[in-house]
Design a protein around this ligand. Structure first.
Ligand SMILES: O=C(CO)[C@H](O)[C@H](O)COP(=O)(O)O
Length: 199
């Protein structure tokens, strides 16, 4: 059986004034996709950027890089169409930010994007489970959302048998991002294979 592990650098800790170049650099270093952190100052105490920036980024990097939008915003419904029009590939919203996840999943699909569903550290996987069959990716957060470079919460590990890994500062701030991405991929692949062999 072929197993896959995908690494998606978060650009949160990169030089945001050079975002196009930073995204291209990550793709050249072996990133499988790009994790773009959208923060609105309400759902999290930080601000980043919105769909106008995503549209510019899409022009800067071309059609190929897969943009996973991590929407750390309090009303995720309002940005679905603008993000799709700007060139986002996947719309990852927070379960804690909506009262109607089913409707939002439907809207995201109708807009032509894949669906990601994120949970904060205090939200259980049991709360996410009812939606598992309708989504393309579950994002189990291992830090409180809002800032890059925080300490990894090891107690989140029992929640996740992960095959897509988001890593920000460790990749972006490294002198050798290519080596870090390759290492992450190897370690995750090995863990996935071991898990299947142990079954
Ligand atoms: O979602 C995020 C913060 O809310 C970041 O994308 C995530 O924390 C990755 O960055 P780092 O590896 O630096 O922690």
């Amino acid at each position: 059986m072929a197993y896959s592990a995908k690494i998606g650098p978060s650009i949160l800790s990169s030089d945001l004034s050079q975002l196009g170049a930073e995204c291209r650099r990550m793709m050249e270093c072996g990133a499988d996709y790009l994790h773009l952190d959208v923060m609105d100052g309400h759902f999290v105490p930080n601000l980043t950027f919105g769909h106008p920036m995503v549209e510019c980024l899409r022009s800067a990097v071309g059609p190929d890089p897969f943009f996973d939008m991590h929407m750390m915003v309090s009303r995720p419904e309002q940005w679905v169409k603008p993000m799709a029009a700007a060139g986002a590939n996947q719309y990852t919203f927070h379960l804690e930010a909506t009262t109607n996840p089913g409707n939002l999943i439907k809207e995201i699909r109708e807009s032509g994007m894949k669906v990601g569903l994120a949970i904060k550290p205090n939200t259980t996987v049991e709360e996410l489970a009812p939606w598992a069959g309708q989504i393309d990716m579950a994002l189990v957060m291992t830090v409180e959302p809002g800032f890059g470079g925080q300490k990894f919460m090891e107690d989140m590990m029992p929640k996740a048998g992960a095959n897509m890994i988001v890593s920000g500062s460790a990749v972006v701030s490294s002198d050798d991002p290519r080596a870090v991405i390759a290492l992450l991929k190897d370690v995750v692949l090995e863990a996935i294979q071991k898990r299947f062999l142990d079954r």
